[in-house]
Design a protein around this ligand. Structure first.
Ligand code: SF4
Length: 317
């Protein structure tokens, strides 16, 4: 029997949960069909099918869904609503399954495979059990696939924690780059910003590497953050501001993102003396703009570090 083909748009929450999702479906005997890397065509397709007010990551997501719709049986678009009891995800993320369904409905009715994750109502396990039973009627097989997916995700997180510790132990300038994974790791959206910084021999600590416990601790005594993923990002930003091993911070956000614009303002107001750069991405962001701003920022960091070294040497002599 042919395997069921599950389309995975390489966009939005895929960057966060890809290990978990793909393990779950593969262990249910499905084949994963990825959309290609974001490119000009995907962005333009997404933009054509969106309203202007939507942020660029969601527009790009639409482009990815349209790109793979022909090549798979279903496109997986989960509705991540509440991943903790006292916070909620961005409304634009919650509604993607419905908006994509609307966009695809004429050519591809019933193409979206979804499940709602709202842990105030259901455990993560129940949400994925329900989803898995749509694919395989054997609940034991679905439970097994879920357990394996959780295990794979944990291993992935342990690897990231190891990477964080290794990077922090390295000598040289360290720069914290703060933002949603879909902005940080889509090289088309950010015009290869991370590679550009690394080319300048600077160690990049992205916010997703900062262990959850460190981020949460940094939020102690700060105003409550109601959006789940922003809690992680802002926790990492506070940690970066307070760590003397981090020389500077870059805040990445996308045009028309309400949560980021509000919370980054909070970070800017709290920052005392750490060099900080904010970068707003949209469909017109060019490689040249990114390069110019990164070059200038890294030069500033180098100067600051040299001045600090000089002052320290003067105190020693
Ligand atoms: S958090 Fe911001 S970038 Fe992400 S989906 Fe919501 S509005 Fe868009």
């Amino acid at each position: 029997m042919a395997k069921m083909k599950i389309g995975m748009p390489k966009s939005l929450l895929w960057f966060k949960y890809r290990v978990f999702w793909e393990s779950f479906f593969e262990n249910l005997g499905c084949e994963i069909v990825h959309s290609p890397q974001t490119d000009k065509e995907i962005v333009e397709r997404g933009v054509r099918n969106s309203v202007d007010e939507i942020c660029i990551p969601v527009k790009v997501f639409y482009g990815h869904c349209l790109e793979i719709a022909d090549a798979c049986d279903y496109i997986f678009v989960p509705r991540y609503w509440r991943v903790s009891k006292d916070s909620i995800t961005c409304p634009k993320l919650i509604t993607t399954a419905d908006t994509v369904q609307q966009i695809l409905k004429e050519r591809f009715p019933k193409k979206i495979l979804t499940t709602t994750i709202n842990i105030k109502i259901n455990s993560l396990y129940r949400s994925f059990l329900r989803l898995g039973l749509k694919i395989n009627k054997n609940p034991f097989r679905v439970a097994r696939a879920y357990r394996q997916a959780i295990k794979d995700q944990r291993e992935h997180e342990i690897c990231k924690e190891r990477e964080f510790n290794q990077k922090m132990a390295q000598p040289g300038i360290k720069l914290a780059v703060i933002g949603h994974e879909y902005n940080l790791f889509d090289p088309y959206i950010n015009q290869e910003l991370i590679a550009e910084i690394e080319n300048q021999e600077v160690n990049v600590i992205t916010s997703d590497l900062v262990p959850h416990s460190i981020g949460e601790e940094s939020l102690t005594g700060k105003p409550n953050i109601y959006w789940s993923y922003e809690r992680e990002i802002i926790g990492a930003a506070y940690w970066a501001l307070s760590s003397d091993k981090i020389s500077g911070v870059i805040l990445i956000s996308s045009f028309n993102c309400g949560p980021d614009s509000l919370l980054y303002e909070q970070i800017l107001l709290e920052n005392n003396d750490k060099p900080m750069l904010t970068m707003l991405l949209d469909e017109n962001t060019s490689k040249e703009t990114i390069k110019t701003r990164i070059d200038a920022f890294v030069e500033l960091l180098n100067r600051k570090v040299n001045i600090k070294d000089y002052e320290r040497d003067c105190q020693l002599t």
